[in-house]
Design a protein around this ligand. Structure first.
Ligand SMILES: Nc1ncnc2c1ncn2[C@@H]1O[C@H](COP(=O)(O)OP(=O)(O)OP(=O)(O)O)[C@@H](O)[C@H]1O
Length: 703
């Protein structure tokens, strides 16, 4: 199914009644104003006129790309914060100056301009081929995503999705900046690693936007400080009815001389302040991953821990680290140009690392440990200011961390604890190279000298093997339940549904759901916008989060969702991992992800901490058959009903062991891979490699 089809669909009469308001005057000057004018002069204007709203653009223009904020809905009309269309004029002008212009931020846009933002688009794989300049909603829209890529797509490890090649039927998108750079390039909004050119160097706002070369926009966003009052710091939600059932999950610990599990917080022998904080956080009972991980970490051992989503992995590493830091003493926080934290925690997304930071701040409340968070999409100067005031425990996304290290604001000599949360993601082909650079940085203690902790709900075998480089050889492996298995508190439903019927079904489901908090996952950034727009049009209050949104927008969207302003959040995989939002009752996979692990993480946004949740996934036989087998396994492992039709597809698409051809997920790691050092014969080389590569749709501004 191509963009063509989507395009045809979106100009159906039932859609044409919705015409987003575009405040032309706000955007009438500057380079992108130019773009805007040109856009108006093209068929978009015509389309708009047909809809009897002459000044209106910003959305459904035929053959044009779809901007982020080119719509307004009654529910989102507040003009400041909710979801879309809340940026001020200034913001948009600032945006124009950033050369991101309308391509990402609103209204419609001539397709040829939509992906050409100068150096910041470097790293794409070359050209956007054969798309019609529509909404980027078809499978080929993956191509649009790759300019944000992290060298994880294409080539032999590329998308499972068919790409549209050749000139296609419409405008040919040329990634003007991407040519010659190969397929590489990781970037956040303001930072990138240029890998395609063979340089492998970090580019940052500091090296680019903040210095005087022409690298790109200056990122000025300073995130608002989190509330400082104790009630806010310790705010938490209730554990659910199934919290006690965690105790029945089997736990396997492998490796030599594992210390015994503890059963209560008291047994951990933590200091009084930590115990007070644990109590104030509402923790009375340990979860399984905490029972096993806390004593292991307290014993100074390296650890790879795998436990289901929402089962308390964050506290499982934070509490023993903080306990040790307090026991051993830390450098007193004071202003210093070079800070040398004792602990570094990295995670793949900005929102997640911020969440981890808030947990660290909560548990270290009243102690001398100063936690700091830094992440991409925010002003570098702000990150530096946070750090120089003192930093014992640094939470960072990889890009910003490497920037700060290169600026010699962070020294690594004192690092005793290195934590990779969502470790399989941190070690895959996207972030793996950066993590390797991190551990090879001058000053970083060797793995023998530091304690390294890897946590995730999924741990593909190949990633486990890669992790050996980071861990001491005697590391312990804790598996709570089935490695890579879904949380049993999530009731999973798979609906077989064709691409064209998805939207109607989505609306039907959301109407039935009412105001209950729901995350809707889609495959691409543009589709996230499109679906969010569509839902707003249907009078369903919705916001969206994805890598093309400015960081302030991302945070606002998350806040609006978290605090109930918008009960529906449409998201790409950037929101799939780690986010802990109270009361998310439903996850809908409008598009299934390309890997089963991603599926497990996505549905894990609900059913957390013993609460129940529901996940509904649209399975399109045209594109999702490769997931049938792993889905059957995930469903049956989690004791869910498996639809007969899914079993049939799984059976008919069965790939015998050793013949490869499947993506990750046809085989779970059920054990510590050291028990099977040669690797399982069921995974071919191709399987091993491709399994580690997220789909191009995941090519987000993660960091
Ligand atoms: N022992 C506990 N008692 C009560 N609540 C807990 C306990 N441990 C963790 N929680 C809460 O459970 C929620 C989920 O925890 P956390 O985010 O650490 O899960 P996770 O295992 O890291 O999930 P994911 O795999 O999605 O990242 C959080 O709100 C956390 O505060």
């Amino acid at each position: 199914m191509g963009d063509e089809d989507w395009e045809a669909e979106i100009i159906k009469p039932h859609m044409s009644s919705y015409v987003p308001v575009f405040e032309k005057d706000k955007y009438s000057s500057g380079a992108n104003g130019d773009t805007f004018n040109r856009t108006l002069a093209t068929s978009d204007a015509g389309e708009s006129n047909k809809r009897e709203n002459p000044p209106t653009t910003g959305g459904f223009g035929r053959g044009k790309s779809f901007g982020n904020r080119g719509f307004l809905n009654n529910r989102l009309e507040e003009g400041q914060s909710s979801g879309f269309w809340r940026e001020s004029n200034n913001d948009c002008e600032e945006n124009q100056a950033r050369n991101r212009g309308f391509s990402k931020r609103g209204g419609c846009q001539d397709g040829n301009d939509s992906e050409t933002s100068g150096p910041f688009r470097r790293g794409g794989r070359g050209s956007f081929r054969g798309c019609r300049g529509g909404f980027g909603l078809g499978r080929s829209s993956n191509e649009y995503e790759q300019d944000e890529g992290m060298q994880r797509s294409g080539g032999p490890f590329g998308s499972r999705r068919p790409t549209v090649s050749g000139s296609g039927n419409g405008d040919t998108f040329q990634n003007r900046s991407g040519s010659g750079s190969g397929r590489g390039g990781y970037k956040g909004l303001n930072e990138e690693v240029v890998t395609g050119s063979g340089k492998n160097s970090w580019k940052s706002e500091a090296e680019g936007g903040e210095s005087n070369d022409i690298q790109g926009p200056k990122v000025t966003y300073i995130p608002p400080p989190p509330p400082e009052d104790e009630d806010s710091i310790f705010a938490h939600y209730q554990t659910g009815i199934n919290f006690d059932k965690y105790d029945t999950i089997l736990v396997e610990v492998s490796g030599h001389d594992a210390p015994p599990a503890i059963l209560t917080f008291e047994e951990a022998n933590l200091c009084q302040t930590l115990n007070n904080n644990i109590a104030k956080a509402g923790y009375t009972k340990l979860t399984p991953v905490q029972k096993y991980s806390i004593p292991i970490i307290l014993a100074g051992r390296d650890l790879m821990a795998c436990a289901q989503t929402g089962s308390g992995k964050t506290a499982a590493f934070l509490l023993p680290i903080l306990a040790h830091m307090m026991r051993d003493g830390i450098t007193a926080s004071r202003f210093k140009e070079l800070q040398e934290p004792e602990c570094i925690i990295v995670a793949p997304t900005r929102e997640l690392i911020n969440q981890i930071y808030l947990e660290a701040r909560k548990f270290s409340f009243g102690t001398c440990v100063r936690a700091v968070v830094i992440y991409g999409g925010t002003q570098l100067g702000h990150s530096i200011r946070q750090i120089v005031q003192g930093c014992n425990l640094l939470c960072a996304t990889p890009g910003r961390l490497m920037d700060i290290i290169s600026k010699e604001k962070i020294g690594l000599k004192q690092v005793k604890y290195l934590v990779l949360d969502e470790a399989d993601r941190m070690l895959d082909m996207g972030f793996g190279p950066e993590m390797k650079k991190l551990i090879a940085c001058p000053g970083m203690p060797t793995k023998e000298q530091r304690q390294t902790l890897l946590f995730s709900a999924t741990f593909p075998e190949e990633i486990q093997r890669l992790a050996g480089e980071f861990l001491k050889s005697n590391y312990l492996f804790v598996a709570v339940g089935q490695v890579g298995g879904a949380c049993r508190d999530v009731q999973q439903t798979i609906l077989q549904i064709g691409q064209y019927s998805k939207r109607e079904k989505l609306v039907e489901i959301l109407r039935n759901i009412g105001d209950e908090r729901t995350m809707v996952f889609v495959e691409t950034k543009k589709k996230a916008d499109f679906i969010a727009t569509f839902l707003c049009q249907e009078k369903i209050s919705t916001t969206s989060i994805h890598g093309d949104r400015e960081q302030r927008e991302r945070e606002q969207a998350l806040g609006d969702f978290r605090y109930g302003k918008c009960p529906v959040l449409v998201a790409t995989s950037v929101a799939a991992r780690g986010l802990d939002i109270e009361n998310v009752q439903h996850v809908i996979n409008f598009d299934l992800p390309s890997t089963i692990d991603e599926y497990v993480h996505r549905i894990g946004r609900t059913g957390r901490c013993g609460n129940t949740g529901r996940a509904i996934s649209f399975f399109d036989p045209e594109s999702d058959n490769h997931l049938a087998q792993p889905l059957v396994k995930v469903l049956s492992d989690a004791q869910q009903d498996v639809p007969a039709w899914l079993e049939e597809i799984a059976f008919s698409s069965y790939v015998p062991s050793g013949f490869g051809g499947s993506t990750r997920g046809s085989v779970f790691a059920s054990v510590d891979t050291r028990k099977n050092p040669q690797g399982r014969s069921t995974l071919s080389t191709a399987g091993l490699l491709s399994s580690a590569a997220p789909s191009p749709a995941d090519d987000e501004s993660w960091d």
